[in-house]
Design a protein around this ligand. Structure first.
Ligand code: SME
Length: 163
């Protein structure tokens, strides 16, 4: 159906331009939040290099609960007071962590993870969940990744809230 290929040979700007185009095409006409989340995780994991985990945690009103992802099995539930994911959810700010070992309260789901990027998701200012990326490479993510992932999250949130 949809050809997903590594974008590693392109510049970061080009990678995110392609990813945004592909995400829009994949989610076109689909509003199911699980189906779109599953494809977003697969798209990103298979397109970008140096990732060992990409996926969602959804807020159930109390804590963050594991959603669709690619990577090793991960912790099922994260309290808002814990981890990089909890920090993104409570501060309402993306967390770009160059060295997860230096982040107080980091939750190590995969011992290989060295850096992490978490984007919080909101609908009408209410917390919906977080989009979480892990890398085995220290300082894998920069401001351009954060901006590019924010665009992908916006595409996702727009798709799942279309009536
Ligand atoms: N490291 C995250 C937990 C989720 S896993 O990385 C998949 C955290 O500290 O919140």
């Amino acid at each position: 159906m949809f050809a997903t290929a590594s974008l590693a040979h392109l510049s970061k700007t080009e990678q995110y331009r392609h990813l945004a185009q592909q995400a829009r095409a994949l989610m076109e006409g689909e509003t199911d939040r699980i189906a779109n989340a599953a494809n977003m995780a697969a798209l990103v994991m298979h397109s970008l290099s140096e990732l060992n985990w990409a996926g969602f945690y959804f807020y159930d009103g109390t804590e963050l609960v594991l959603g669709p992802f690619q990577g090793k099995p991960a912790c099922l539930r994260i309290p808002l007071s814990k981890g990089v994911c909890g920090a993104a959810a409570t501060t309402r700010q993306a967390q770009c962590v160059a060295d997860v070992h230096a982040f107080p309260g980091h939750i190590a789901c995969d011992a290989a993870s060295r850096s992490e990027l978490v984007i919080p998701l909101f609908y009408q200012e209410q917390l919906v969940g977080v989009w979480d990326l892990d890398s085995p490479v220290p300082a894998r993510f920069d401001a351009e990744d954060q901006a590019g992932m924010q665009v992908l999250c916006d595409i996702y949130m727009h798709a799942v809230h279309k009536k």
